[in-house]
Design a protein around this ligand. Structure first.
Ligand code: G3P
Length: 217
């Protein structure tokens, strides 16, 4: 399973990269705004910097919602770096845009996936990734993990190359359950990745080992 980090924060991206387990980065307009990034030049520069830090797929989301504008924007984003993946929303014009980019050999990630039918359409249109939002489904009392399972079955039935990129991750349990189901990628905020490290018995055991090591001089 690939690990992506879901942020536009450079310090967090660097920290995950230094761990040696990072395969890519996802961003969205909300995450960019959270970093105080505004204006086209600043946005493009941030993507360029992220591509310099991480050698893996970097999702860059279009801001427009009409076909023509998404194509224009997506082509500009794709021109930044070969690792850029154009992130397109799950709407009718988005499906057309996915097909356009697929025909051109530009990688895409279809975002805001909340149903198996949406994932199927995006895969048919040639998306490289679909991003089902687990946490946001859990927020409305719908089992997000069930959606990952449904998409896994559908993609396996027809051997779609489209990868399931589980997004809106809120906890280490989301990551573990995604791994059990067979999501291809998990994109997570840094704290949920770091929380995978923690176990009180590890802390207790290490404390004992360190104490005993001192006794040996
Ligand atoms: O990248 C999109 C997704 O991960 C958003 O997560 O926490 O805003 O639902 P969240």
């Amino acid at each position: 399973m690939k690990f992506f980090i879901d942020t536009a924060n450079l310090a967090q991206i660097k920290e995950a990269q230094e761990l040696g387990i990072l395969d890519g980065v996802t961003t969205n307009p909300s995450l960019m705004a959270k970093e105080g990034i505004s204006g086209k030049e600043a946005i493009l520069n941030r993507y360029k910097t992220i591509c310099e830090i991480v050698d893996g797929d970097i999702s860059a989301e279009v801001l427009s919602t009409s076909y023509d504008e998404m194509i224009k924007e997506g082509e500009e984003l794709a021109a930044i770096h070969p690792n850029i993946v154009v992130k397109i929303p799950m709407i009718k014009d988005g499906i057309k845009a996915l097909k356009y980019f697929s025909n051109k050999g530009i990688k895409t990630n279809c975002t805001l996936i909340f149903s198996a039918g949406q994932a199927l359409l995006a895969a048919k249109a040639g998306a490289n990734y679909v991003s089902p939002f687990l946490g946001r489904l859990d927020d409305i009392s719908v089992d997000g993990m069930n959606l990952i399972e449904e998409i896994r079955i559908i993609f396996d039935n027809y051997m779609f190359d489209t990868e399931i990129l589980a997004a809106s991750i809120r906890s280490p349990m989301h990551i573990i359950n995604c791994a059990k189901i067979g999501a291809d990628v998990v994109t997570s905020p840094l704290p949920s990745i770091l929380n995978l490290l923690n176990h009180p018995l590890t802390d207790k055991g290490l404390e004992q080992f360190v104490a005993d090591a001192k006794k040996m001089g």
